[in-house]
Design a protein around this ligand. Structure first.
Ligand code: F6R
Length: 610
């Protein structure tokens, strides 16, 4: 996580760095800081809390230099505080860091033994000490970084400046993303494109184990062993959207409301409405060749994206009869998975930068198996690395809790499963066209469930009194139960568990009493009656039911304290409808508790550490 920026150029470095940090704040927001050249030295300003605190402190601070670095932090080592905020400065060397130095304990012990005065609890500061020491010998910022790199273990990126070299910036990447924007007489290094594109669209992608050396208007790229690398600067296409709430109190509510449009927008490139067929050419010129050989699919993802993968498992297995497994990216790569070339590995990630997902993708690529991404952020690491790609195409998702990216993924998984079903001749022409028609006609149904906004606004006060929430569902509704529970946990900090309705009696049923809310997701489908029986079991133990079902289902209505009806839809599309009330519920409970809905505590939008 953490957002990092470095700038050399003719513009005011404070303005460029702060605008970059604003674009990167979704990566972490517990503290922030800058170190910028001023009158022959480097002036550092840091603040605990959100970026606006730093902004306030910087209001009347001016800098005379051309060069500086900045950081917005998501704490790994050391609590959020000013002393742990970056940049860390040691003997004139200032450094910002993203990632984890795994051998920091040994480094710290050695530094302490040799008399170093360590000011913070971070692993990052230790690197600044090592570079500052090395600099005394090498008299070169670049050489000192090369000298220190072999001593560091882990996945991390750093950006360093030194008081002695006012036009220089040295950066290293191994893991968390880092890019160089090459402008006219200016160079900007940052974690993400968003921080760079207002200044230049000329981008140099820095790969793992590479060092970039900015020396005034010039720059050079090296391997970590010091070998010069030639790489073309790419001119990217980028339509910068304005992050505006458009009258909504929070980005999250705006993004929930955008879903009828974003789901339709996600679909649009993949459907030929005149011929009523799916257009998959944009996946890759070789898509047919790759997909016709696939006899198994493994979906790898984290968090909400993992839950969309779970829905994908049901969709692909039912519509295309291809066996699917779903894997948590953080587990996948550590258990020596058996990677087969006839398996397609599908990575789902809104950001395209989630460290575990990227590491899993790299592992699969090393084994030469085909890879596919379903992601939102174009030109992200995932997007640039895979063989086949589909885009969520839901514009920027700013709220830290994922909403519209989830529903876009679900509609794309419907498209993909339908395409595979046809390709594998599991769907005949008639079934194929029928399914496309359903998908195309679907987005406007989402409008109907948005009406639950006012319901949850008025019941939030009542809901927040429950001691806990058990979300249950079966079949495609099971992942939706998990997603609903995740949304409430991350936004309202309340105890919420997602469970398969059929598993309740194997343990969680012990939690149920009158203070426990049971949120059941049970649209009418082939497992509805089974879920209803599980719900009866919960009611018999006093659980208070919030039920989500199709239209006016009298059986469920009878059991429920609150009944929320969904419009009639095909089973494959029900998850998209069912999740919307759960998003609204989490939003309103959190808001009524006075929490920061868009930036919940301890979280970050792009999880670039393991
Ligand atoms: C929850 C949420 C996270 C992300 C997860 C993966 O609301 O947003 O669980 O889904 O961190 O992120 P991506 O999809 O960017 O890989």
């Amino acid at each position: 996580m953490c957002g990092i920026v470095g700038y050399y150029g003719h513009q005011n470095p404070k303005n460029v760095i702060m605008s970059g940090l604003k674009a990167l704040e979704y990566r972490g927001y517990d503290s922030a800081g800058v170190a910028i050249f001023d009158k022959g030295g480097v002036k550092r300003v840091r603040a605990e809390g959100k970026l606006e605190k730093l902004e306030g402190q910087l209001k009347n601070v001016n800098f005379t230099g051309h060069t500086g670095i900045g950081h917005t932090r998501w704490a790994t080592h050391g609590i959020p505080s000013e002393r742990n905020a970056h940049p860390h400065t040691v003997d004139g060397v200032s450094l910002v860091h993203n990632g984890i130095i795994e051998n920091y304990v040994e480094i710290k012990n050695e530094l302490l033994k040799s008399g170093a005065k360590i000011q913070s609890d971070t692993d990052s500061e230790l690197v600044a000490h090592l570079i500052a020491r090395s600099l005394k010998k090498t008299k070169s910022l670049l050489k000192s970084v090369f000298a220190v790199l072999p001593k560091l273990k882990g996945a991390f990126s750093i950006v360093v400046i030194s008081e002695e070299y006012p036009d220089e910036i040295v950066a290293f990447k191994n893991g968390p993303p880092l890019l160089l924007g090459v402008g006219k007489g200016e160079n900007i290094i940052a974690s993400d494109l968003q921080a760079i594109v207002p200044y230049t669209k000329n981008i140099l992608y820095i790969e793992d184990n590479e060092v970039i050396h900015v020396d005034g208007k010039e720059y050079a790229l090296y391997s970590h062993k010091g070998k010069k690398i030639k790489r073309k600067v790419e001119k990217i296409q980028w339509n910068q959207e304005k992050a505006e709430k458009q009258g909504y109190p929070h980005f999250m509510l705006k993004e929930i409301y955008e879903q009828p449009r974003t789901v339709a927008q996600a679909l649009q490139p993949y459907v030929d409405l005149e011929k009523m067929q799916l257009k998959m050419e944009s996946l890759s010129p070789k898509y047919e060749d790759i997909l016709s050989k696939v006899n198994r699919i493994v979906v790898v993802a984290c968090g909400t994206s993992y839950y969309s993968g779970m829905v994908g498992e049901y969709l692909i297995e039912k519509l295309a009869k291809i066996p699917v497994e779903i894997e948590l990216a953080s587990e996948f790569r550590y258990r020596q998975p058996i990677i087969s070339k006839s398996t397609l590995y599908l990575f789902i990630s809104q950001s395209g930068e989630t460290a575990d997902t990227i590491a899993a993708m790299k592992l699969v690529k090393e084994h030469g198996a085909p890879t596919m991404a379903l992601c939102n952020v174009r030109l992200s690491t995932l997007d640039r690395s895979v063989d086949l790609k589909m885009y969520m195409n839901c514009d920027s998702e700013i709220g830290v809790a994922s909403t519209k990216a989830f529903t876009s993924s679900l509609i794309l998984l419907n498209v993909f499963a339908t395409y595979l079903g046809y390709l594998k001749q599991e769907l005949n022409q008639k079934e194929y066209v029928e399914q496309i028609r359903r998908i195309v006609d679907f987005p406007s149904l989402i409008d109907k469930v948005l009406a639950y906004n006012s319901f949850f606004k008025s019941t939030a006060e009542q809901l927040k009194k429950f001691k806990g929430f058990l979300y249950i569902g079966r079949g495609v509704s099971y992942p939706i139960a998990l997603e609903g529970a995740l949304k409430l946990k991350e936004l309202a900090y309340m105890h919420a568990e997602g469970y398969s309705a059929g598993e309740m009696k194997h343990g969680p049923i012990a939690l149920i009493d009158k203070k426990m809310a049971i949120v059941v997701v049970a649209p009418e489908d082939d497992v509805f009656e089974k879920t209803l029986s599980n719900l009866e079991e919960a009611c018999a133990r006093g659980g208070q039911v919030i039920a989500i079902g199709t239209e006016q289902n009298e059986k469920m209505k009878k059991l429920a304290l609150h009944y929320l009806s969904l419009p009639q839809a095909h089973w494959s599309l029900n998850p998209i409808l069912a999740v919307v009330p759960l998003q609204l519920m989490a939003y309103h409970v959190s808001d009524s508790l006075g929490y920061d809905v868009d930036q919940p505590r301890n979280l970050a939008k792009s999880v670039t550490v393991e």
